[in-house]
Design a protein around this ligand. Structure first.
Ligand code: AMP
Ligand code: TRP
Length: 331
């Protein structure tokens, strides 16, 4: 039986956070044995927000090295850079013509990002979800592992797939999101009602996967909690709830066990232990990242091979699509 297909991507728009790891990368690794996995570094998406070219180049390799350091195995999964496979932009163009402006206008991420870049609002930011739909549909993906913030984009990808299938006959698999119940939304350490994000101005609000031990301890110590003074897992204590989630996912202990362990102890003691849990979880990843990040030849071999593998799959779908919409084959 053929394996089901998985597709996901991460933007090379800055150093990755613990939120990226828990919401996405960790799950990418888990899926490799059972599925035919495709993991992309979405540089075309990243330029919808202004990027410094030199930094974009190094962030792209950073994400690639981080994929590998987290345990994505190029022997099992296809790992590639989005701009290396032109079929992504080609399909995006076709899908643009069947996507409604109204639906794009309702995207939360667009609304938020456009508020931040009012002066220089670009069309790429608006059609960002169409390119994302193209990424997924090109590979006929059954499942898309993402964090909670991508749910709406996934819904749009499904709508576009269904609309195309209805208009031109069955062409695309309609993808399903894989969003974990736990850890799909890691919150800011400073403002536990908003998402932990690498673009946050406040550096204390996120933990980077490459933060050193001292920094991790300090950021967790400074994490906002509450004045209740008792370790509980409730919506009334959102800061603590977020920290318990992180503790649980990284240690494998249940929320219940954690609450029991710390119910008689202070927040300080809980935070000290959480610091160690995070440090221990990240240590092997950081060691491996340091080993491979500067090995340019190795990274180049991986992305070159990945692009060839990805292109073969993508072109099949693109050819079908071009034929269905009425384009004449070049011969
Ligand atoms: P991005 O960095 O926006 O390209 O996101 C890459 C992946 O990480 C996506 O699947 C996001 O949903 C996921 N992600 C980003 N931030 C968080 C967070 N705070 N909690 C959980 N998942 C996240
Ligand atoms: N929009 C996603 C994010 O910001 C990144 C992304 C681009 C993606 N294409 C994708 C995720 C396809 C899953 C599948 O996190």
């Amino acid at each position: 039986m053929e394996k089901k297909v998985v597709f996901s991507g991460v933007q090379p728009s800055g150093a990755l956070t613990l939120g990226n790891y828990i919401g996405a990368l960790r799950n990418f690794v888990e899926l490799q044995d059972e599925y035919d996995c495709n993991y992309c570094i979405v540089d075309l998406h990243a330029i919808t927000i202004p990027q410094v070219p030199k930094d974009l180049r190094s962030h792209t390799l950073d994400v690639l090295a981080m994929y590998l350091a987290c345990g994505i195995d190029p022997e099992k999964s296809t790992i590639f850079i989005q701009s290396h496979v032109p079929a992504h932009t080609e399909l995006a163009w076709v899908l643009n013509t069947i996507t409604y402006m109204g639906q794009l206008n309702r995207m939360t991420q667009y609304k938020e990002k456009s508020k931040k870049s009012e002066e220089n609002l670009n069309a790429g930011l608006f059609s960002y979800p169409v390119l994302m739909a193209a990424d997924i549909l090109l590979y006929q993906a059954d499942y898309v592992p993402v964090g909670d913030d991508q749910k709406q984009h996934l819904e749009l990808a499904r709508d576009v797939a269904i609309r195309f299938n209805n208009k031109y006959s069955d062409t695309f698999v309609v993808p399903e999101p894989l969003i974990k119940e736990f850890g799909a939304r890691i919150m800011s350490l400073q403002e536990p009602t908003s998402k932990m994000s690498k673009s946050d101005q406040d550096k204390n609000s996120f933990i980077l996967l490459m933060d050193d031990e001292e920094t991790i301890r300090r950021k967790i110590k400074r994490a906002v909690t509450d004045s209740v003074g008792k370790v509980n897992y409730t919506d009334e204590q959102p800061g603590l709830k977020n920290l318990i989630n992180i503790y649980s996912v990284l240690s494998g202990k249940s929320v219940e066990d954690i609450v029991n362990m710390y119910k008689e102890l202070s927040y300080g003691e809980f935070k000290d232990d959480l610091g160690e849990v995070v440090i221990n979880a990240l240590k092997p990843i950081q060691d491996r990242y340091k080993e491979i990040r500067n090995n340019k030849e190795y990274l180049e071999a991986i992305y070159a091979e990945g692009a060839s593998k990805a292109e073969k799959k993508a072109i099949k779908t693109l050819r079908k699509v071009y034929k269905k919409v009425g384009f004449i084959p070049r011969g």
